[in-house]
Design a protein around this ligand. Structure first.
Ligand code: GLU
Length: 466
C-alpha cells in the first residue's frame, strides 16, 4: 500500500503557522514513508474565498521547500484537485446515489426557525443542542407538501446508532457515541454544494488517501466521517489529530495569525528550514536541527507527538533560525540576503567574506543592518575615548600593518602593540574595538579586519583621536 496523505485547505487566505503545520506534518509523513503528498483545494466557501489564494499558497509551499507531489500544479492521476470541479464531474452525486439507495441519506426540509426553536427547548431541558432527526422518514406526499410551501431542503446523512471508534496516531483509540454528534449531519447544502466533511470523505476515498493528519478541531467531524467512509464502502484512513496551537500568552491563536503568516515570517528574515524545524517541534520536547526536509522527515515521528495545547514561542523560532544561519554557506544565504536592503551596501567583492564573518552573530537576516554599518560606513561617528586611550590609538595607527589584510593581521598588529605599550587584555583590545566599530561588542576583530580593510581602518582610528 502506498501511503497517500493530503493537505486540504480552503483557499480563503494566506498560509500561516497553523496551516503550514498541517501541510508540513503531512509532507513529512509522506517523505518518511515513501508516500505521496497531495494538495486539494476545498473551494466550497464562496463568500470567504480570496482571489489568488491558491497560487500564493503554492508559491509559499515551494519557498518552504515542501511542494506537494500531486495537486492542481501537477496531476498525479487523481485530479481534479478542486472540490467544485469534482462536483461538476459528478463525484458527490454518485456517492449520494449510493447513500440514498442504501437508506443512509435523506432530504430534510426543516426551517431555520424550527431549528432555533428545537435548540431553545433542548437547552431549557438541559440537553445539548442537536437536530432531532425529525425528517428521516418523510413520505413522498409530505415532501411534496413542503416543496409546495416553498421550503428549501438540504441532504442529511443518517447516522447509525452505537459507538464509533477510530485509531489516532496521536490520541490512541478514540471513541464517540453516535448519539452525541448533534443529530444527523447536513452533507449537502440547499444550494447543492457539499459540506466539507462529506465532500472531503468522498475525495479521500476516490483519491485513495490512507492517512489523514489534521488539527484536533476536526475530531468530531472524524467520528461522522468514519460512518460516511463505511457507508461509501471505502477504507477508513488512519487519523492523526494534532493538538491546537495557542498564542504565546495562551490566548486563541486565531486573532494573532497575521503575525504568524508566512509572508510576515519571510519578510522578517527567517530561513525556510528554520521555520520548518520550529513548526516540526510543536508538540515535541526537542527542536530538530535538520538541514533538509528529507532529514527533518526522518527526525519527526508523529506518533510521539504530545496531546496538550502548544503555545507558540517566538524565541524558539529565532533560536531555530540562528542554528541555520550560523552554519549557512554563502551560496545558501545569498538569495535571502538579496532581499535585505542593507545587503546592497556591501561591496560586491566583500560580500562572501562579510557573510562568513557575520553569520555567527545574527539570528535573522535583517540583523545584518548594523553589521553592514560597522564594516562599511565611511561616516561612522567615533565614540569618546579616555585621554590615555587617545595616545594609545595614536600608537596603534603608527604600527598598523600594511595591506593585504588577512585573518593574521589582527594578531600581528596587537602583538606589536602589546610589546610597545605593555597593555594587555581588555585595555589592549577594547579601545581598538571602540575606535574601529563604534561598539563594545560584535564579531571577532580578527575576522572584521579583512572586511573593513586598511583604508577604512586607518580613517576610523584617525577620526577617533581627533
Ligand atoms: N478544508 C478543511 C479545513 O481546512 C479540511 C479539513 C480536512 O483536513 O479534512 O479545515
Amino acid at each position: 500500500m502506498t501511503v497517500r496523505v493530503r493537505f486540504a485547505p480552503s483557499p480563503t487566505g494566506k498560509l500561516h503557522i497553523g496551516n503550514i503545520r498541517t501541510a508540513l506534518m503531512n509532507a513529512l509523513y509522506a517523505k518518511r514513508n515513501g508516500g505521496v503528498f497531495v494538495l486539494r483545494f476545498e473551494d466550497t466557501d464562496f463568500e470567504r474565498e480570496v482571489r489568488g489564494a491558491e497560487s500564493q499558497m503554492l508559491d509559499d509551499m515551494a519557498w518552504l521547500g515542501m511542494s506537494p507531489d500531486e495537486g492542481p500544479h501537477k496531476d498525479g492521476g487523481f485530479g481534479p484537485y478542486y472540490t467544485m470541479q469534482r462536483a461538476e464531474r459528478g463525484d458527490y452525486k454518485e456517492a449520494l446515489e449510493k447513500l440514498f439507495a442504501d437508506g443512509r441519506a435523506y432530504e430534510c426540509f426543516v426551517t431555520k426557525d424550527e431549528l432555533d426553536l428545537m435548540r431553545k427547548i433542548q437547552s431549557s431541558q438541559g440537553k445539548p443542542p442537536h437536530y432531532d432527526n425529525r425528517h428521516r422518514d418523510l413520505t413522498e406526499a409530505e415532501k411534496d407538501a413542503f416543496r409546495a410551501e416553498g421550503r428549501e431542503s438540504v441532504i442529511r446523512f443518517k447516522l447509525n446508532e452505537g459507538k464509533i471508534r477510530f485509531d489516532d496516531m496521536v490520541r490512541g483509540t478514540v471513541e464517540f457515541d453516535a448519539a452525541n454528534l448533534g443529530g444527523d449531519p447536513v452533507i449537502i447544502r440547499s444550494n447543492g454544494v457539499p459540506i466539507f466533511a462529506f465532500g472531503g470523505a468522498v475525495d479521500d476515498v476516490n483519491q485513495e488517501i490512507t492517512h489523514v493528519i489534521r488539527g484536533e478541531d476536526h475530531v468530531t467531524n472524524t467520528a461522522i466521517q468514519v460512518q460516511i467512509f463505511e457507508a461509501l464502502g471505502g477504507t477508513v484512513p488512519i487519523f492523526a489529530h494534532m493538538p491546537m496551537l495557542a498564542a504565546e500568552d495562551g490566548s486563541k491563536l486565531s486573532k494573532r495569525l497575521d503575525s504568524f503568516s508566512l509572508q510576515e515570517m519571510r519578510a522578517e528574515g527567517y530561513h525556510p528550514l528554520a521555520i520548518l524545524n520550529y513548526i516540526a517541534s510543536l508538540g515535541f520536547s526537542d527542536m530538530p536541527k535538520a538541514t533538509t526536509v528529507e532529514e527533518l522527515a526522518q527526525q519527526v515521528d508523529i506518533s510521539k507527538m504530545g496531546r496538550s495545547t502548544v503555545r507558540l514561542d517566538v524565541s524558539q523560532l529565532k533560536k531555530s533560525n540562528a542554528h541555520i544561519l550560523h552554519e549557512l554557506s554563502y551560496e545558501g544565504a545569498k538569495p535571502f540576503l538579496d532581499a535585505v536592503d542593507a545587503w546592497k551596501r556591501v561591496p560586491e567583492d566583500k560580500k562572501e567574506t562579510f557573510w562568513m564573518v557575520v553569520r555567527g552573530n545574527i539570528e535573522r537576516f535583517d540583523e545584518i543592518d548594523p553589521l553592514v554599518e560597522i564594516c562599511f560606513a565611511t561616516d561612522m561617528v567615533s565614540p569618546a575615548l579616555e585621554a590615555d586611550d587617545k595616545s594609545y590609538i595614536e600608537s596603534a595607527v603608527e604600527c598598523l600593518p600594511a595591506s593585504p589584510y588577512t585573518e593574521a593581521t589582527w594578531q600581528e598588529w596587537t602583538g606589536t602593540l602589546k610589546e610597545k605599550t605593555s597593555r594587555k587584555g581588555k585595555a589592549l583590545f577594547m579601545p581598538l574595538r571602540l575606535a574601529l566599530t563604534g561598539m563594545s561588542h560584535g564579531p571577532e576583530l580578527a575576522d572584521l579586519m579583512p572586511v573593513i580593510g586598511e583604508e577604512l581602518t586607518k580613517k576610523r582610528l584617525q577620526s577617533a583621536v581627533k
